[in-house]
Write a protein that binds this ligand. Sequence first.
Ligand code: PLP
Length: 373
Amino acid sequence: MIYLDNAATTIPFDGVVRKMEEFFTEKYFNPSALYAPAVNVHKEVEETRKYILSAVGGKGKVYFTSCATESNAWVYNCGVKNKKGNIVVSMGEHASGYENAIALSNKGIDVRFVRLCADGRVDLDDFTAKVDSDTGFVSVIHCSNETGAINDIKLLAKRTKEINPKALFHSDGVQAFGKIAVNCDKMLMDMYSMSAHKIGGPKGVGALWVRDGLHLNAFLPGGGQENGMRSGTENVAGIAGFGEALKQYLSIDSKNISQLREILKRCLLSVDGIEVNESEIQSPYILSLSIRGIKAEVLQRMLCERGILIGLGSACSSKLKKNRVLFAMGRSMPHIEGNIRISFGFQNLYDDMEYVAKTIKETVKELREHTGR
Ligand code: PLP
């Protein structure tokens, strides 16, 4: 099986699984308990917190959550204190941000959605027109989970603060964290969401970075864990696995990933009616392709039967008929219907790319012959 849906989730590193096992066997203690073995577990959680903080620049605070969906929900629902003002959100957000924005809009809050350019990045002119002195909160995804387009977060945060220094700037960093260098403080952000399972870590653990001095409302009141901000006994195995995954992911040479993407892209460009959805500043981990005259779900199923697993845009919203993000990029319905997302990980091999390209080409040909398109 060739797994090419790494933007949906990644295969956990062996070292991550081993590290997590320790917390189900000898280190099962509740980190809030006061006896020595529990204190040691608590120390490991705090060391991981420091390590994750160091990976996003070292300043500020990191809170552990159950996933990035939770981090985003926290930011939208408890972090956004100035709900009297307007909220500015890009059309390119992942569903875990976008749906919160829709819910706030349904409650009567002035939510302004920023257009995307044809390359998937936020339209800077539209952004500048929508942020104003009443804007309380802005959220822009760092790297698109659909196309891999990378937004210039520092520029957007700077622009926001120039217009309204009090506006809070959040970015969903799930597809960027561990893959693209990030310094949250220097990039002028107030909050940044992360997830472990996109970087070879376990599912069910995420984090939220928060700027020093910014006080968010607590997300889960209770026993006072996470400095009283997000109660609930810590997922110690998950947190330890998150730290271990980051360590291993940071050692991956992204040049190799870029080469995988280039090889596959080059081989597939000869397919008639294929278009690459990419931007000038692009994540090498994602290759979004639209193939004219095919239904992406059918191609996905046939490739699965032939040992290749690919994605269809966001796994969380793959059941939606329309790809909202491609639509916002101005793509036509046939383009959207034939959209596939190939995403790379550390386990992918150059030698497999030729087979993948050949199989995609043959399958597309078969599908077209069958449907006469
Ligand atoms: N944000 C982005 C950009 C994502 O790609 C995803 C997952 O696909 C999420 C948020 C949600 O992450 P999690 O699965 O940790 O809730």
